[in-house]
Design a binder for this molecule. Structure first.
Ligand SMILES: C[S@@+](CC[C@H](N)C(=O)[O-])C[C@H]1O[C@@H](n2cnc3c(N)ncnc32)[C@H](O)[C@@H]1O
Length: 291
């Protein structure tokens, strides 16, 4: 079964993702694309990458949102339509499974594809797109998966953009004696096999992407995209702390009591607006070599 993700969590993280993403790489990708680009968003969730990247592309564009979770794709359509209408943009549905957002600088066509990415790239319509993009996906996949994706993209000279890959550098403040234990358990959980034919890359994703696409002759651009969670964002800080503790608990069973203490203290700090966090991420843009 594919790893499942909660839509409310994806919504909660969207503004932090948007603030963290590197605009320079988005501009470079937009410049590398044709007049009306077609983008394939892998593990699209509720469509937050489209809502951010669409503005950088700034012209008519078509997106295919790929996810194993049909409920998330449905929610993506609703959220994209709601946000467009809130901005005063028209929204139409030319087909049952197609959404058109009438932005002032051209229409954004959106379609969904329910597919299991463990089968990728074989089950993807790479022949019908101009770029493969994703956010917070590559830490779940294996090295072999990235290598197969790099070979498939290279065969069609497709740019590959992977945003918000964890780097393994996360810090909660103020410091707590349980931090190292929780970080160790969290790192172990990230390296769990998530079904992509091998252990998950976790913090090794940026290096694995760079190596696989570099080996295909791609230019690889990298920029930091850390989440910065201030004390004034207690919901996000607490969700992060609870997520870390949940993951750590599965791998540090003997020390469960210490993890419970840690999460209790972090909960109190979040409620008192004293908990902040920084989570290391990197954005990567891989561009095919000039002809
Ligand atoms: C961390 S979430 C990121 C979602 C979205 N890109 C974002 O940034 O908000 C990972 C996404 O990958 C999807 N996913 C995980 N495993 C998958 C698989 N095997 N096949 C297809 N989608 C998968 C999840 O449903 C989820 O939407």
């Amino acid at each position: 079964m594919a790893e499942s993700f909660d839509g409310d969590w994806l919504d909660l993280r969207e503004p932090f993702d948007a603030a963290a993403r590197d605009p320079g790489l988005a501009v470079r990708l937009a410049q590398a694309l044709p007049a009306r680009p077609r983008l394939l968003d892998l593990g699209a969730g509720t469509g937050s990458l489209l809502r951010w990247m669409g503005h950088f592309i700034g012209r008519a564009q078509a997106w295919t949102l790929v996810d194993a979770d049909a409920g998330l794709i449905e929610r993506a359509f609703e959220t994209i339509a709601d946000r467009a209408e809130a901005a005063g943009w028209g929204v139409t549905f030319p087909g049952k499974r197609t959404l058109l957002v009438h932005s002032p600088r051209g229409a954004w066509r959106v379609e969904g594809l329910v597919a299991d990415l463990r089968e990728a790239p074989d089950n993807l319509p790479l022949h019908a797109v101009d770029a493969v993009v994703n956010t917070a996906l590559c830490d779940l996949v294996s090295e072999g998966w990235v290598e197969r994706m790099a070979a498939a993209c290279a065969a069609r000279r497709l740019p590959f953009y992977a945003a918000l890959n964890v780097t393994g550098r996360e810090r909660f403040a103020p410091p707590h004696p349980g931090d190292a234990l929780v970080a160790r358990g969290f790192a172990r959980d990230q390296a769990r096999d998530k079904g992509f034919s091998g252990i998950a890359l976790g913090a090794k994703a940026p290096a694995a992407i760079a190596a696989a696409f570099g080996a295909q002759g791609y230019e690889v651009l990298r920029a930091p995209s850390d989440w910065v969670v201030p004390r004034t964002a207690p919901r996000m800080a607490l969700e992060l702390a609870e997520g870390h503790a949940r993951a750590a608990r599965a791998h540090e069973r003997r020390l469960e009591g210490r993890i419970a203490r840690w999460v209790l203290d972090r909960t109190t700090q979040a409620r008192d607006l004293r908990l902040s966090a920084r989570v290391g991420h990197a954005d990567l843009l891989c561009l095919p070599p000039p002809r």
